[in-house]
Design a protein. Sequence first.
Length: 198
Amino acid sequence: MEDKYKSLLVLNESTVAHITVNFYVTWDIVCWIPYKSHEIKPKEKLRYSNEKGCKLEIIARFKGQNQQKMVLLKPQQWFEDKLIRITDSLVPEEENLANYPEEKKACLRKMYRDKELCLVDGGCNLYNILRLDMKEVRGMSKEEQDEEITKAFQREIQIWHRTCDDDIVRELIMAYDTLKDREKRARYNNMADYDSGS
């Protein structure tokens, strides 16, 4: 099953540029709007997996008065597992991601997590981020809620900190920061009730 998914790891090892990765379903003179775009800050990475064929383009953006940009990789077909490294030379170095099995697994794990979060009833919420059932946790005593939220955070941070996925780690910390505090949690629960019409 994993073979049908292609994974991409883009490492921004540059200290001078933010890297934007654009994904296109089609590319021609008329239709060139990306269907998905990701920005990677210096010293960060992007993990991405997809089963659909698409083209990708990589652009360097330099923060400053004119917001300069430079195309590092013109739109090209992405059809195999790939690692692309961007250093201060701004010349993309490409390797086969199959040579990095742990990184390939991390790309797939992130994709499955993202899909799982989207499929949960009610869409993504802070409880889902910690892989908790919101209704179930809210039915517990305050002390049990505190304990369950802390256990879930420790479990998830251990998984995602090990893979060095900064976006997910930040997401987990933000969810935990809100849910561990009883007052913030109560406000969040009230907002969720209001949004759902309860």
